[in-house]
Design a protein around this ligand. Structure first.
Ligand code: D5M
Ligand code: FE
Ligand code: ZN
Length: 498
């Protein structure tokens, strides 16, 4: 038993206490089971701890999917490989509340993880540490810098990678300060194209800059190019069988403005024998299930239910009516109980949610796979900060803000604005894997778009415009569900307003 445990721990996997107890009760080769699970998790880059379900799957050779759902799929075909889901990443069990935390670690983790993403770029072979560049500040050319690459060589520019610590819009140019773990360096964008590109940068995002010393003053550096980590242009994975996922968010149960009638109509539609409905195998709910209490000043005036427990139990009653053959993925938002800071843990401790057996209650953000289609679920808190800082963005076009997140390969790049980020030792908000579908909510406005092969969906809300949103000039488009055909990644809206 201990050999098996050490094997798992050495490979970075924790064994949940329940799974440990379950393993002890088994009369079989525990080490072999653990090896099988660790190999499978490694293969799918899953970092989650080993759970009872993983063990059950490993001992049943007929099941080759981790966390395969027990859904009665009506349109099963020979393509069995296509039926099911995987939870690729859920932050819940990775959030370590005991550990002594500091922000240095999380930024270091962001730097390292994004550097790995940038390393696929050809320019990254010419990357320099900022510390080394500073030593050559007084030379107008980086001639001695290339000693390591076959002797002195005259080069006009070098590449640095780091976090953007400052962005200063000046009369004729934009100054950036970039920081890697060895130091920071200012560099100026002078051309029109670079100035306009720099205007879309957000603070604390990681990127690569091509810089060269200014001819006028060798102490100054000029930006020649800005290289984002970005997602590559790609052909998304698709399901081999026609199967749909329904994407929704922001119910706000407990609010005076919760559209109960429309939401109930949506749930009854899910129980109908509509041609499309029969093919809906999955439902994703991207946070703000309840309206909560004390989320914003004077919220009590806008609540119909002032008790968080009854908000939750009412939400559970409504959600329970989603047909059992559909598998539901649910993550929290900024109105739900639990900590506000990202990443947020799953709402699994809520008694009323425990009875929802066809649900995977996950943390925010989570990364799942539905019939081979990789889907990133994120409530979308940071969209407020992105919309507030990037010129030209607005609440009416959330997809544009979601593109900025994909381009920065981070779900909440800006530190210290409206979106609180917890100082975990790993930055779990870096977008490690390229999603085929990126699903968020929070903005309360439905919009669908595409970016480099990824389908971007903001799934709106089931709450009418609040007084607060009215003063903010936000015009929600509630009562709409977005359906995505996993075989084609085509999407369409189903409107429950009447
Ligand atoms: O967010 C609902 C909408 O309200 C969404 O469009 C963002 C906007 N919102 C929320 N909080 C703020 C603040 N503090 N300033 C500006 N806009 C905001 P929800 O999370 O459902 O309340
Ligand atoms: Fe919301
Ligand atoms: Zn929200």
């Amino acid at each position: 038993m201990s050999v098996a445990l050490i094997y798992a721990i050495n490979r970075g996997y924790q064994v949940h206490p329940d799974a440990f107890a379950f393993l002890k009760s088994l009369d079989c080769d525990v080490e072999k089971i653990i090896r099988t699970i660790v190999e499978a998790k490694n293969k799918f880059k899953m970092k989650s701890p080993i759970l009872i379900d993983d063990i059950k799957n490993a001992i049943s050779p007929a099941v080759n999917h981790i966390n395969k759902p027990e859904i009665a799929n009506t349109n099963k075909t020979t393509e069995t490989d296509d039926d099911g889901y995987k939870i690729i990443f859920d932050p819940t069990n990775m959030i370590n509340s005991d550990e002594k935390k500091n922000f240095f670690k999380i930024f270091e983790s962001r730097y390292k993880k994004t550097l790995k993403i940038l390393s696929s770029r050809p320019e990254s072979r010419q990357l320099r540490k900022i510390k080394n560049i500073k030593e050559f500040r007084n030379k107008s050319r980086f001639n001695s810098l290339d000693k390591e690459n076959g002797g002195p060589q005259i080069i006009d520019s070098v590449f640095v990678a780091g976090l953007i610590m400052l962005k200063k819009n000046r009369m004729n140019d934009v100054e950036l300060v970039i920081d890697d773990t060895t130091g920071s360096i200012p560099a100026v964008c002078r051309t029109r194209d670079l100035i306009s590109e720099a205007s879309t940068l957000v603070l604390d995002q990681m990127l690569m800059l091509e810089i060269s010393p200014s001819k006028r003053n060798s102490n100054d550096f000029i930006v020649k190019d800005i290289i984002f980590p970005d997602i590559p242009e790609h052909v998304p994975s698709k399901s081999g069988t026609e199967s749909y996922v329904a994407l929704i968010s922001d119910l706000h149960v407990g609010s005076k403005y919760f559209m109960e009638k429309e939401f109930k109509d949506f749930v009854s539609w899910l129980s109908s024998d509509d041609d499309i409905v029969r093919k809906i195998n999955f439902v994703c709910i991207a946070g703000d299930i309840v309206d909560g209490i004390g989320i914003y000043p004077n919220q009590d005036r806008e609540l119909i239910d002032l008790n968080i427990k009854s908000q939750i139990s009412y939400a559970a009653d409504l959600l329970e009516k989603i047909p059992k053959r559909m598998h539901v993925f649910l993550i929290p938002g900024n109105h739900d109980p639990g900590r506000r800071a990202l990443p947020q843990t799953a709402l699994t401790n809520l008694r009323d949610f425990k009875s929802l057996e066809n649900f995977s209650i996950l943390g925010n953000p989570s990364f799942i796979e539905l019939n081979r289609v990789k889907l990133l679920m994120f409530h979308g808190q940071s969209l407020d900060d992105v919309i507030a800082t990037v010129p030209g963005l607005s609440y009416s076009k959330p997809v544009e803000a979601m593109k900025i997140l994909l381009r920065s390969r981070h779900l909440s790049p800006i530190y210290g604005n409206r979106t609180p980020i917890a100082p975990e030792s790993e930055d779990m908000l870096v977008i490690d894997d390229v999603p085929d579908v990126f699903h968020a909510g929070h903005v309360h406005i439905t919009q669908v778009g595409r970016y480099k092969g990824t389908l971007i969906v903001n799934s709106g809300a089931w709450q009418r415009q609040t007084k607060f949103q009215q003063t903010m000039g936000i015009n929600p488009t509630p009562g709409i569900c977005i359906l995505v055909n996993l075989a084609t990644l085509q999407s369409f809206k189903r409107d429950f307003n009447y």
